[in-house]
Design a protein around this ligand. Structure first.
Ligand SMILES: NC(=O)c1ccc[n+]([C@@H]2O[C@H](COP(=O)([O-])OP(=O)(O)OC[C@H]3O[C@@H](n4cnc5c(N)ncnc54)[C@H](O)[C@@H]3O)[C@@H](O)[C@H]2O)c1
Length: 436
């Protein structure tokens, strides 16, 4: 798109800084290059972008953030790192109109994953969307439909699928040595799960388009505790530890059995133990059991704690017939069961084995798929299944129901109308829940 046409299409307010159209990678044919736009630049989105830029032929041609300070800083960071100045936008809809963008990275808070993904798919752009795939069950559903209807490559940011450690774990499990896995225990104890300190509402900071930050979520006064990073602890924007770290770890429990659908039921309990000084809606203390035919997955989080089972504050334990495989992001090991008759362990122990994480490989896989049109390692169905599980656990507690039976065909909880009301968010006007 020519610069004049671009300016005309986006309106003056979006282009806040002078820009030049980016240099392309010299010597590489355009067909070997991928132009990216980033929506939501503060933290994760920007780091994911930097990892994409390590892949040969990848250019960042646009950045978007509804916080001008963040946008300016990240633009400067890119230029300082030697990259060409991208086009800057406040409103992601205008970024999506930029014709030379092949794919977008979505690094916004969870309540802002669905609409940009659906719009991007409609406009023929591929998407790397951060986890959890969305902030509600119905948003996950519509994102799957959009990706499939418009035949886009959509990679969900569950980068453990690309990590060396977890791939080694899956290979070991596939070897059958552990025997049948009857249950997988998953836990995440994190200090940050306590959420932000209580504070008063305040003026919207200069340069922040707060209405755009809220988007389809309800209107409420600005409060820094609900802003950058800590939005995670408020239902309108996130789901607490179970949707934050939980989806990464629960995903491993599903991957082990090649499951790509939500659980048939969930039994969950959650509460607020530490709330006097904290401002938070999500649960600091929670357990949830997800039931699949012949398989159970258990989750627990204890916010404010930094120790947990097997000496790990977070992790996954696959409980098999012949032993338990315990893993976290940096290492895995096998603790064998004892065979009383043979007076020996049922299988050989595997000592703690380390491996690289997936932060670089996951973007590499996305770019490979953008070019080859292959399926990415974390497709929408995988993102949907685990995000829905996490939302089901929260809904079970929030609805007061505790035990919920999920009907994936009819897209409802068959034993609770009240819980079913939490499947789809009410979008605040002028935003409209997307139809695909
Ligand atoms: N895969 C991982 O390991 C991992 C790690 C951290 C975060 N995340 C995910 O990444 C996402 C972002 O998390 P974060 O910690 O970077 O949050 P953050 O609050 O630090 O950054 C979000 C950015 O999005 C911007 N934003 C909000 N609404 C916007 C809109 N409508 N248009 C454009 N920009 C908008 C905010 O201004 C902010 O700059 C979340 O979904 C989170 O769950 C994933």
């Amino acid at each position: 798109m020519k610069r004049a046409a671009l300016l005309a299409s986006v309106g003056a307010a979006d282009i806040q800084f002078p820009f030049i159209l980016p240099n392309r990678h010299k010597g590489l044919p355009p067909s070997d290059q991928v132009n990216l736009g980033l929506i939501g630049c503060n933290n994760r989105g920007f780091h994911v972008l930097l990892n994409h830029l390590k892949v040969e032929g990848v250019n960042c041609v646009a950045l978007c953030d509804c916080d001008a300070k963040v946008l300016k800083k990240r633009s400067r960071d890119l230029v300082m790192a030697g990259y060409a100045q991208p086009v800057l936008y406040e409103d992601f809809r205008h970024l999506l109109e930029q014709k030379d963008i092949d794919a977008v990275i979505i690094g916004t808070p969870d309540h802002w994953h669905c609409l940009p993904t659906v719009f991007a798919c409609e406009l023929g752009k591929d998407v790397y969307v951060e986890k959890p795939m969305a902030n509600s069950i119905e948003e996950c559903n519509v994102m799957v439909k959009a990706a499939r209807k418009y035949a886009r490559v959509v990679q969900v940011g569950q980068q453990q699928r690309s990590s060396e450690v977890w791939n080694q774990v899956m290979q070991y499990l596939a070897s059958g040595k552990l025997g049948q896995i009857q249950k997988t225990n998953v836990w995440g104890n994190f200090n940050y799960g306590l959420g932000p300190k209580r504070q008063s509402d305040s003026q919207v900071p200069e340069g922040v388009n707060y209405d755009l930050f809220l988007g389809p979520a309800s209107k409420r006064p600005f409060n820094d505790a609900r802003y950058h990073g800590s939005w995670r602890f408020f239902w309108d924007y996130g789901g607490g530890l179970v949707t934050d770290w939980g989806v990464h770890l629960l995903d491993m429990a599903l991957w082990a059995k090649n499951i790509q659908i939500p659980a048939s039921s969930v039994l969950a309990a959650g509460t607020q133990i530490e709330s006097a000084e904290r401002m938070r809606e999500t649960f600091d203390t929670m357990t949830a059991t997800f039931n699949y035919p012949g398989y159970m997955v258990h989750w627990e989080n204890n916010a404010g704690k930094q120790i947990g089972p097997f000496g790990r504050h977070y992790g996954v334990a696959f409980v098999g017939e012949n032993g338990t495989l315990v893993a976290d992001r940096s290492k895995w090991e096998v603790l064998p069961e004892w065979d009383e008759q043979k007076k020996a362990t049922k299988i050989a122990p595997v000592p703690a084995t380390q491996g690289a994480n997936g932060h670089v490989k996951h973007p590499e896989n996305f770019i490979h798929c953008v070019k080859s049109r292959e399926e990415p390692v974390c497709p929408v169905e995988v993102g949907r299944a685990v995000a829905i599980n996490a939302h089901m656990a929260n809904i079970a507690v929030r609805s007061g129901q505790g035990f919920l039976i999920w009907d994936d065909q009819k897209n409802r909880f068959s034993n609770s109308r009240m819980a079913s009301k939490l499947i789809k968010p009410n979008y605040r006007k002028p935003w409209i829940f997307p139809k695909v």
